[in-house]
Design a protein around this ligand. Structure first.
Ligand SMILES: Cc1cc2nc3c(=O)[nH]c(=O)nc-3n(C[C@H](O)[C@H](O)[C@H](O)COP(=O)(O)OP(=O)(O)OC[C@H]3O[C@@H](n4cnc5c(N)ncnc54)[C@H](O)[C@@H]3O)c2cc1C
Length: 442
């Protein structure tokens, strides 16, 4: 191993894990984060914003010995609990394999754990309130403003990592260079989070081990459990027009709207109108760019591939970037260029693939999951997985419960669909032939 000096821009989930992973591999890391230290921020109990972590994320955490810690603070979810407009419930398992679960985890708590672990290493220095304003990939340097003093500082390293999220300043600097492709697409929908408090003595007032969905065709709400019995609900609605955030202006109107479309929610959220109107909906963006590596500068996480949250894979994919980047550096000791080429080859198409899958799942979640046909196809798919475990792997399982590259998962899925389609045609033709033969020879 040849140790490098690394500058990481961004101390969110991906940047913090990158700092920890690289330090564990013996590299010296300087991490710069625009905000203050999240570990010093007041934690408002029960106001957790949560995320679903699955196999890819857990595999990356396992590499730094934090998988069990993450599981301890998370709530397993076995499937989707659908709430129809009459408050009828139906449950849909994520997988035919009983052990397959995704886990709801607090974003803030996970970020704090990663920063604390990174901070424990002598090889990591954390700098907060430092905002990146530009990078110079030729000089391998980054310029920051210390937002408390206004001072400008320049940091340099063998490797610069842009982990500064969807609106990355590192990526903006790279875009000024030649032949940098960039595409940014906003969804017509935004999101707004609602806190669903626990019942008496921390009881879960709706099914604990499920991701709850209220699909309503062009808009929906979801809720993920927190370990204190509360849930974080998220409304994904259009930003304007029919059934949009824009239409609800006072608490009574909000309550009436929920009573009509999400009738079991008002009882779960006593201050529904006030909460709803106090929050501002946020927008949802997909970012695709190419290349992810320019000289000694590399993009990871949302800086490389911001995706809409409907497959629950944004952070998972970012964590996978970190694992694979570290493995590439390990596989090419003393040859950083080869390591970065390899990282880009292994990741970039997969980043674009998960962006597409996440958009597809948006339509599945807000609309298709409510249909009987969809429920039956899911049941059939889970059954096939049980009886043909070596051959049949549903796409959702490959994405959420394996480390199979996203592009490969899509390829396998297409192949399986083709085989299933032709098998069904052959079975149907054989049945029709048999009926015809029986009728003729009676
Ligand atoms: C509503 C919603 C639900 C989601 N649910 C899931 C889920 O269930 N599962 C999942 O896997 N993913 C989910 N995601 C996606 C996930 O949140 C992101 O993919 C993940 O947070 C990306 O981490 P990151 O560290 O790359 O970027 P970020 O979390 O955006 O962190 C970037 C960091 O860089 C800092 N920064 C920004 N600019 C600068 C600068 N100029 N200088 C220095 N620092 C800077 C920021 O302050 C921040 O700390 C969801 C996203 C949303 C919006």
């Amino acid at each position: 191993m040849s140790a490098r000096s690394v500058v990481i821009v961004g101390g969110g989930l991906t940047g913090a894990l990158a700092a920890l992973s690289l330090a564990r591999d013996g590299h010296r890391v300087q991490l710069y984060e625009r905000r203050g230290d999240i570990r010093e921020a007041e934690v408002v109990r029960g106001r957790s914003i949560n995320l679903a972590i699955s196999t890819r994320g857990l595999t990356a955490l396992e590499r730094v010995g934090l998988k069990e810690t993450a599981l301890e603070i998370s709530v397993p979810m076995r499937g989707r609990q659908m709430h129809d407009p009459s408050s009828r419930l139906s449950f849909q398992r994520y997988s035919g394999n009983e052990d397959d679960k995704i886990y709801s985890i607090s974003r803030g708590e996970l970020n704090r754990i990663l920063l604390a672990e990174a901070d424990r290493s002598d090889l990591v220095t954390l700098h907060f309130h430092h905002r990146c304003i530009e990078t110079d990939s030729d000089q391998s340097s980054v310029t920051f403003i210390d937002d408390r003093s206004g001072d400008q500082i320049v940091a340099s390293g063998d490797l610069i990592i842009g982990a500064d999220g969807a609106f990355s300043a590192v990526r903006s600097s790279l875009m000024i260079g030649d032949r940098f492709d960039y595409q940014q697409d906003y969804l017509s929908h935004g999101y707004l989070e609602l806190y669903i408090p626990p019942g008496p003595e921390g009881a879960f007032r709706i099914e604990k081990n499920a991701l709850h969905i209220w699909p309503r065709n062009t808009f929906m709400m979801i809720a993920l459990p927190n370990d204190d019995g509360s849930f974080t609900g998220t409304c994904f609605w259009p930003l304007d027009g029919q059934y949009s955030f824009d239409q609800l202006k006072d608490p009574d109107q909000v309550r009436r709207f929920f009573q009509k479309w999400f009738p079991d929610v008002p009882d779960l959220v006593p201050d529904l109108g006030e909460q709803f109107l106090a929050a501002q909906p946020s927008s949802l963006v997909t970012v695709r760019c190419r290349p992810w590596v320019v000289g000694n500068t590399v993009l990871i996480g949302d800086a490389a591939h911001a995706v809409v949250p409907f497959y629950g894979q944004g952070m998972n994919a970012g964590f996978e970037d970190v694992r694979i980047l570290c493995e590439c550096l390990e596989a090419h000791p003393g040859n950083q260029k080869a390591a970065l080429v390899s990282y880009e080859e292994l990741r970039i198409d997969n980043g674009h693939a998960i962006a597409g899958l996440a958009l597809d799942n948006f339509h599945e979640m807000q609309d298709h999951v409510a249909s009987r046909w969809f429920l039956w196809t899911k049941k059939f798919s889970n059954l096939l997985q049980k009886i043909l475990p070596g051959w049949y792997r549903p796409l959702y399982s490959m994405v959420s419960f394996s480390n199979t590259p996203y592009t490969e998962a899509i390829e396998i899925h297409r192949k399986q669909q083709r085989v299933l389609k032709y098998s069904l045609i052959i079975i149907l033709a054989a049945l029709i032939g048999a009926v015809f033969w029986i009728v003729r020879n009676r």
